[in-house]
Design a protein around this ligand. Structure first.
Ligand code: HSE
Length: 309
């Protein structure tokens, strides 16, 4: 038996919602899991992609330490079994190490495909919790699995508390992907162990504004809400041009703001419909001045999440 699952990319944090807010984007990886008798060591993993650079730059293990296999194994263990001989194909279209949730997407693909192979023993809560055990970032895992804008929290017992909220149709997402990679481990290593009470309170207030702005579709409030003092100030030195891009977008009509996508280095710009060309030109010109090429795409939120094909 063979199962394929198509899973979206994600953008996490979205300004003030560090380790909590996330959103699914319409760029997809597909994970195919096949029970087979062939691989002599019980496992064959093939990675197929249209982004050779990313794949060669980050050596992805193809043995039992692979994150997709780990997620599959955890789900089999949950049912009291060990995985049979498996062939795993990963069609990788989400750029790797760009802050777009490529790891979360393949982990979610693996866990959902395994669940389907096993006859669906696990519900959504269990699947999220298992996927998060491998990935560690529920703000990527949750939107990858269920789509849309989500908030999520990994609790001490391993469970995930999550909510999916409606994202206004005319709030567009322009994702600016630079031509260099940044591993999440490096991007987390520059964050301080402790932050000040003032900065914690600042982000708490911004999160509250963000959620109200979403509910009331209030673009002016969202403009204020997109500020962050917990992670971006520390990470901006790893993303040349980030502060200049933020400044250069400030005066464009209908732009609500720009934020680091996940741990970076991609930048997400949130705007209403009609400023897309100016956004692209501004981002391009800052990065080109620094010798950085960029892939810039304007997209709508993916509302479906992972889909069994
Ligand atoms: N919230 C996580 C971080 C996302 O910013 O480190 C990692 O993809």
């Amino acid at each position: 038996m063979k199962v394929s699952v198509k899973v979206p990319a994600t953008t996490a944090n979205i300004g003030p919602g560090f380790d909590c807010f996330g959103m699914a984007l319409p760029i997809y990886n597909t994970v195919t899991l096949e029970e087979t008798v062939y691989p002599t060591n019980g496992l064959e993993i093939n990675i197929l992609g249209d982004q050779d650079e990313g794949i060669s730059g980050f050596l992805i293990p193809t043995d039992k330490t692979n994150i997709v296999y780990k997620a599959v194994e955890l789900l089999y263990n949950y049912t009291g079994q060990t995985p049979p001989a498996l062939k795993i194909n990963i069609q990788s279209n989400i750029p790797i190490a760009k802050g777009l949730g490529s790891s979360a997407s393949v982990i979610v693909g693996g866990v959902l495909a395994a669940n389907e192979l096993l006859g669906n023993p696990a519900d959504e809560d269990v699947l999220l919790s298992i996927a998060n055990e491998v990935e560690g970032h529920p703000d990527n895992i949750t939107p990858a699995m269920i789509g849309g804008f989500t908030l999520s929290s990994a609790e001490d017992d391993g469970s995930i508390i999550y909510k999916k909220l409606e994202w206004p149709d005319n709030w567009k997402l322009t994702i600016c992907i630079p031509d260099y990679e940044l591993a999440t481990t490096i991007s987390r290593s520059v964050l301080p162990e402790n932050i000040s009470l003032k900065d914690a309170a600042f982000n708490g207030k911004r999160c509250a504004m963000f959620i109200d702005a979403l509910h009331t579709k209030d673009a002016e409030l969202m403009k204020l809400a997109l500020a962050d003092r917990i992670h971006q100030p520390y990470r901006s030195r790893l993303v040349p041009g980030f502060n200049e891009i933020m400044t250069s977008l400030k005066d464009i009509d209908n732009v609500m703001g720009a934020v680091l996508s996940g741990a970076g280095p991609s930048i997400l710009v949130i705007s209403k419909n009609n400023s897309i060309e100016s956004i692209k030109n501004n981002v391009k010109s800052v990065w080109e001045g620094l010798g950085i090429k960029a892939d810039i795409r304007t997209v709508s939120v993916d509302t479906k999440g992972a889909v069994i094909l």
